[in-house]
Design a protein around this ligand. Structure first.
Ligand SMILES: Nc1nc2c(ncn2[C@@H]2O[C@H](COP(=O)(O)OP(=O)(O)OP(=O)(O)O)[C@@H](O)[C@H]2O)c(=O)[nH]1
Ligand SMILES: [Mg+2]
Length: 256
């Protein structure tokens, strides 16, 4: 008898990403962001001593994962390498991209430096192209305040279509709001609806054609539009990752 989708999801997390879920119910959160934005500070604040580090399989890049509880729910938090992009121009970007695209985290927190938000938003938009369940954490708000930077949070939320939470991770400020926001998404009380980029007609026509051809070939948990866009971009590393994922025993053993 084959494995169920859920348990094969767990073994995929294990084999490809070295991520060990305690149970099917445990909620996986990916923590993404540009370098030096406070990811590890937030990670340490949330997980405390309940964390361990190793390497991403086959890579010499640190993989930190930790657990915490909030309102009786178990969470597994994965601290991704700091990247400016997830277009796979480096091993760190490939890891972050593959985890968000193929690891199917339940929620992705993108943590940004509020003192240079514009540069950080590039990554936010790349991630919301892959997944809807994204929360934007505006960190280093103390520094932004010191520099006289005022951010219109409500307007940003409206433009991006995702929750935006200001924090000072170093002091734990705003972290409860962040957790409450995540809890509401997990409970289905709120649902992020990220702004979706559309491209010009010729590209959209090409996307449709390729996406139609891909349907049935890709597992439905994968975002075929995003994969199509990468293929149009000529991104060969995505093909390599797809091959690895689809050939992994976790997928071959799946019940179809
Ligand atoms: N002022 C201020 N400093 C912060 C805040 N959050 C984190 N820091 C500091 O920013 C620095 C970088 O924080 P890290 O948590 O290491 O950042 P990171 O995103 O994990 O960095 P990489 O893993 O290298 O990408 C540290 O010195 C933190 O103490 C904050 O909200 N305000
Ligand atoms: Mg770090």
């Amino acid at each position: 008898m084959g494995l169920t989708g859920q348990s094969s999801g767990i073994s995929l997390l294990n084999n490809k990403f070295n991520i060990t879920k305690k149970s099917d119910e445990q909620i996986v959160i990916a923590l993404a962001g540009n370098p030096n934005t406070g990811k590890s500070t937030l990670f340490n604040h949330l997980t405390g001593l309940n964390q361990h580090t190793g390497n991403w399989p086959g890579k010499t890049v640190c993989n930190a994962q930790g657990t915490f509880k909030y309102k009786d729910k178990d969470y597994l938090l994965v601290d991704l390498p700091g990247t400016y992009s997830i277009l796979a121009n480096s091993v760190e970007e490939e890891i972050a991209r593959d985890f968000i695209c193929f690891g199917n985290p339940d929620i992705t927190i993108v943590i940004t430096d509020s003192t240079c938000l514009e540069r950080n938003l590039n990554l936010v938009l790349q991630i919301t192209e892959i997944t809807d369940n994204v929360v934007l954490c505006l960190n280093l708000m103390d520094e932004a305040k010191r520099k006289g930077i005022d951010i219109d949070i409500k307007k940003l939320e409206k433009s991006l279509g995702i929750p935006v939470i200001p924090t000072v991770a170093r002091d734990g400020k705003g972290v409860n709001d962040l957790l409450f926001t995540i809890h509401n998404i997990v409970e289905g009380i709120s649902k992020p609806t990220p702004y979706k980029m559309t491209y010009d007609d010729s590209i959209e026509a090409l996307v449709k054609e390729i996406e139609d051809n891909l349907s049935g070939l890709l597992d439905e948990s994968l975002n075929s539009r995003w994969i199509t866009l990468r293929l149009i971009d000529g991104d060969k590393s995505i093909l390599k990752s797809i091959k690895e994922i689809l050939n992994s025993p976790s997928y071959e053993e799946r019940e179809v």
